[in-house]
Design a protein around this ligand. Sequence first.
Ligand code: MOS
Length: 727
Amino acid sequence: MKKQAVGQSMDRVDGRLKVTGAARYFADHQPEGMLYAALVCSTISSGRIAAIDTTKALRAPGVADVVSHLNAPPVPGYKLENPNPKQGLKIFYDDRIYSNGQPVAIVVANTLERAIHAASLVKVSYNQEVHQTDMAANMDKAFQNKNMKDYLRGEADAWKKAPVSVEATYNIPIEVHNPMELAGIIAHWETPDKLTLYAKTQGVKSVQQTLKNLFQLPEENITVHSQFVGGAFGMALRVWPMEVATILAAKKIRKPVKLVLNRKEMFTLVGYRPAAMQKIGIGATSDGKLTGITHEAVAVTSPYEDFTEAIVSMSRMMYACPNVNTHYQLVPLNLSTPVWMRGPGEATGAFALESALDELAHELNMDPLQLRILNHADIDPEKNLPYSSKYLKEAYEMGAAKIGWQQRSNTPRQLQENGWLVGYGMSSGVFGAGRGRATASATFKADGSLIVRSAAADIGPGTATAMVQIAADATGIDVKKIKFLLGESAYPEAPRQGGSSTVSTVGSAVNDVCLALQHKLGELATTGHPAFKNVQIADIKYEDGQLVAGTTRIGYTELLQQQQLPEVVVTTTSQGGEERKKYAMYSFSVHFAKVHVHPATGVVRIKHIVSVADSGTIVNTKTARSQMIGGVVGGIGMALTEEALLDHRFGRFVNNNYADYHVPVNADTPPTDVLFINKKDPVINPMGSKGLGEISLIGFAAAVSNAVFNATGKRVRDLPITPDKLI
Ligand code: MOS
């Protein structure tokens, strides 16, 4: 048998295309006759548009049109909705302004420069109303919608009776998606009812579905191409109003139109991690057994949509604690709608919970790692189910050894190196290991090549590479002869790339379609090949691209040639089954950080990171390691630098650019050790792989904050941990 492909450190199948610039991202496409768009965005944060003067803009050179609520083609899907105001922003629908930066018009011209210039000539006047963008000042408006259920296990607020307890409030600011590739879309109406899109998306089928509903078109009339995506992290999980605006402009002008946002617009038009205020009460016996956790969270949403995520979920299930209650509310502000951002709500919740555990350990004068081990959940305390797999204790051990945890003192401010205070901190992370439904097709050609297709997305983790490895092991065909194609709405249905579930979901479909392909070849052999005339299909084995029955062997290629078939195509749908009801399925991570803090300036330098993942089988050790490092970099941003600042007088972001919104750069990123448990989950899917993308970030900010406390004795509960908070 061949060496297994799964588990290898294989180079990316599209690596060369990416580094040579041959990979085509959405904005690289150029349909014939394409025009360029620029947005005119609201300069007020609440109110109504009084008038839009487009006279000068329309006279500017090269301008095709200015489209707004005054002249936009109707969106039939908007009309069908009931008048519930919480159904998202209906772009160019009426004169209402809900937030600063909301698009009020789109200007289309024959060059980008002309579109931008003409957009500057559009004069909009407003009837301004009072806006609200300050969460702290609007806590009286906090509400729960019908999906936001309180949780109670055992007794509510039991921590208050505990011999040792901590109560604290943790704040995270708005964090904004800042992938290198800007958002946008190219919209092309090939006929009045046939739409082609080049999109930046985490799911071509989901875009197709949304637009099918909005424009009341048959699915097959909408084609979405999105082969390469330059980073998304959650911002491309939905269709945004500015994309609909571009589609409307293209419809009105009857030419393909391209919109690419500028960096400033990325702060207002493609969601953000919502600011959240979280209160944790946590109590334990004097020897450290948890007796109660109360987790209350309030997060920001827009006026026109309730965005919820799993902020309080980790507190319910992570530790063996008999009494847990959670409460989660939203505060609507004059901002656009938030969206998932890597590790979504769990990362927010983990910062609070994992900081509170560190504070409790300090009160107990206990090693915070020991506190976690002591309260390890052997079964899921929320679902009361066994885990499909859980190697968290091993992860704690591996990480502690690697970072040198024994050097840490329980008393803060004990260690120094070269005049810097030294601290060690750790945290746990967890994320549900999902498996959804996906379809894949496999085309085996007489030349021996295999092409697997599924409408999956790749926002950077190396999806096609992993899928080729899975297909190679399922078929015994060499990886060099296999292609995995994704990012086309015409391909078999796959879900969005989100929630760390692509390998599990799409990988299972790839595995299953490869097995189905071999079965089909077996059928062809038993019905048509003389050597297999007396062989039962059940007795055929499939090895290294050959059909084997006893001493008879024929290659798949040879079979197709003998049958005079140019190719064989099989399509299979795959999804998880009953196992979900019997097991709790989670990926776990442990993050360790060693930090230096300068005693005079409060500057924090992360010196060493160790991140350990229990995420089942690692399909590709190289891309998985990159994925973990990416999460760590995001985590450093969350911990130390990222914060979108609003000027509440105007409801406007003031640091809406790469210079003032600090995304960690190489100099901020220390040596990072990524360790994998790499043990197969026996239940979740044929590969035994759990998710990886989210747990790389979840908990990370708390590990840094806990390390800063260990170094300085100062507890920073408001992210990011900037120097001013430490001096
Ligand atoms: Mo992820 S936040 O599900 O893209």
